[in-house]
Design a protein around this ligand. Structure first.
Ligand SMILES: Nc1ncnc2c1ncn2[C@@H]1O[C@H](COP(=O)(O)OP(=O)(O)OP(=O)(O)O)[C@@H](O)[C@H]1O
Ligand SMILES: [Mg+2]
Length: 264
């Protein structure tokens, strides 16, 4: 299997008035095509910086980012992004928001085809009937569903999500986890998900990368062996508990609160 995302020895520092702030240090991540990579790590360790580097919005000081066998040197059209704040445009309807990337990436696609594509996704996430509403008329969870549709409407080969469910209540979040699995089953994509929620990382991830404290490097990689089907009940099994325990221990180490083997 080829790696769709290859992050090789990425090192980066921000230049600040107080001098360089090292954020990433010799970071290596490999995500095979079709896999879902969850990334967890202490607050401020460099996770959002990592998403900007993968998307080509920034260049690393050292190291390389490869997508689909091509070195990333600038923004690419084949990347979809979703953030904690859905940032939908209030002057556009939900449908018009979702088709926005198609207007940019596929301007020659007839309007009716763009709309049909957007409607197909909106139906898939349960937003049929809301396509002509404005973002403010929807709940937070519904807005985030629309934002996920917008992120994948142009069939990106990689979807990058930076805490997309972070602002939602626990039940809405769990609903959206299931929506993610439904979207993936219908339209496979390769994903990088930044999250603070360890259960989310295990439920959605094929691998979970634990980043160390800043400057972040790959501290631990968990190969997720989810017990059976990806249903929420599977999180309440001894196998999942063991994975969550390992991740919690690794986060404590990353936060400098425990030495390896000593985490509570
Ligand atoms: N444009 C910038 N210029 C200077 N420093 C920055 C810039 N962006 C981020 N930083 C700093 O780099 C570090 C990493 O930031 P980043 O946003 O990548 O962390 P994060 O892991 O996403 O944090 P959080 O979990 O809180 O979202 C932080 O100390 C932040 O203050
Ligand atoms: Mg962040």
């Amino acid at each position: 299997m080829t790696n769709l995302i290859d992050i090789k020895g990425v090192t980066h520092a921000y230049q600040t008035p107080l001098g360089p702030l090292p954020v990433l240090n010799d970071l290596n991540i490999a995500v095979p095509e079709g896999e879902f990579c969850a990334v967890v790590g202490p607050s401020g360790c460099g996770k959002s910086t990592l998403t900007r580097l993968i998307a080509g919005l920034m260049k690393p000081d050292r190291g390389e980012v490869w997508l689909h066998g091509e070195r990333v040197t600038g923004p690419r059209k084949t990347v979809g992004m979703a953030f904690q704040n859905p940032v939908l445009l209030e002057w556009r309807t939900i449908l018009q928001n979702v088709i926005l990337p198609l207007e940019i990436v596929a301007p020659s696609l007839p309007k009716k085809d763009r709309e049909a594509r957007a409607m197909e996704l909106l139906a898939l996430v349960g937003l049929e009937g809301f396509e002509n509403k404005r973002p403010s008329e929807l709940s937070g969870g519904m807005r985030q569903r629309a934002s996920l549709c917008r992120a994948i409407v142009h069939k990106p080969d990689v979807l990058i999500m930076d805490e997309p469910f972070g602002a939602l209540d626990a039940f809405t979040r769990e609903d959206l986890w299931q929506t993610m699995h439904e979207l993936r089953a219908k339209e496979p994509f390769t994903a990088v998900l930044i999250t603070h929620d360890l259960r989310e990382s295990v439920f959605l991830g094929d691998q979970v990368i634990v980043l160390s404290g800043r400057p972040a490097t790959t501290q631990y990689v968990l190969d997720v062996k989810f017990p059976g089907e990806r249903v929420l009940d599977g999180l309440y099994t001894p196998e999942s508990s063991a994975m969550l325990h390992t991740l919690r221990e690794q986060i404590q180490i990353a936060q400098g609160r425990a030495e390896p083997g000593q985490a509570a």
